[in-house]
Design a protein around this ligand. Structure first.
Ligand SMILES: [Zn+2]
Length: 239
């Protein structure tokens, strides 16, 4: 759904939620600039448009803030000295030249990348491979641990896949398959656990209804603080 605002147009992603009360339309602006609208299944387009028209100015201001913030974000060059993140900790990138086998390792406060050339793409690919490998291991371990706290998955772990996604940390398919963003391994452990538990709660409730949030509250009482922390880190830990 697209609505005009001044001389711009704002695109909204409408999600229909069966558990939602009629009249209650909620708008969220994600840190990446996506505008999500949670609406009851019963609401028609005209009702949603009316609800949104009251929030347009607010949405526009949020988008403006994101735009301003992005202007100051450093463009990554994949050279020595840049900051990179692993499990929420900051490391300095150290590019070592001319090795036969590309190798990435953590040494003290450095993430060392040894590649055949200093070509930024070569460094980036080596880093992406390394993060994916760490994500497979770390997210697998965390999943095993958090599933022990949730009775509905304690005995049977859900199937999971890693996929680089630009707008989300994880998702849960209607068939109950979890997809996780390998970039999560750059975030602190509490953020990883929060995303895992959020997606695992979707196995019980496939929506963002109050039943879903009641479940999430029960297992991660401080999820709002953690989500806020993760949202704040999103751009910093982007590769
Ligand atoms: Zn969700």
């Amino acid at each position: 759904m697209v609505l005009p605002y001044g001389d711009t147009r704002i695109a909204f992603d409408v999600r229909r939620q069966p558990g939602r009360r009629r009249q209650s339309v909620a708008v969220h602006v994600e840190p990446n600039g996506c505008v999500l609208v949670d609406a009851p299944v019963t609401a028609n387009d005209a009702e949603i448009r009316t609800a949104l028209s009251k929030r347009l100015r607010w949405v526009h201001d949020r988008l403006q803030e994101i735009h301003e913030r992005r202007k100051h974000v450093l463009v990554r060059e994949y050279v020595s000295g840049e900051s990179v993140y692993y499990l929420g900790r900051r490391y300095r990138l150290k590019v070592l030249p001319n090795t036969e086998e590309p190798a990435v390792r953590l040494r003290g406060g450095y993430l060392q990348v040894a590649v055949g050339s200093r070509n930024p793409d070569a460094v980036r690919f080596a880093l992406e491979d390394w993060y994916r490998e760490q994500a497979r291991r770390v997210l697998g371990e965390r999943l095993l641990e958090v599933c022990q706290q949730l009775p509905w998955v304690r005995k049977q772990l859900p199937s999971t896949a890693l996929r680089t996604m630009y707008a989300r940390w994880g998702s849960c398919s209607p068939q109950g398959r979890l997809t996780l963003n390998p970039a999560l391994v750059r975030a602190p452990r509490e953020c990883i656990d929060y995303v895992l538990i959020h997606e695992l709660c979707h196995l019980k409730r496939h929506d963002h209804s109050r039943h879903f949030y009641r479940l999430l509250d029960a297992y991660v009482p401080s999820w709002q603080r953690i989500k806020h922390r993760l949202d704040g880190l999103a751009e910093k830990i982007a590769l």
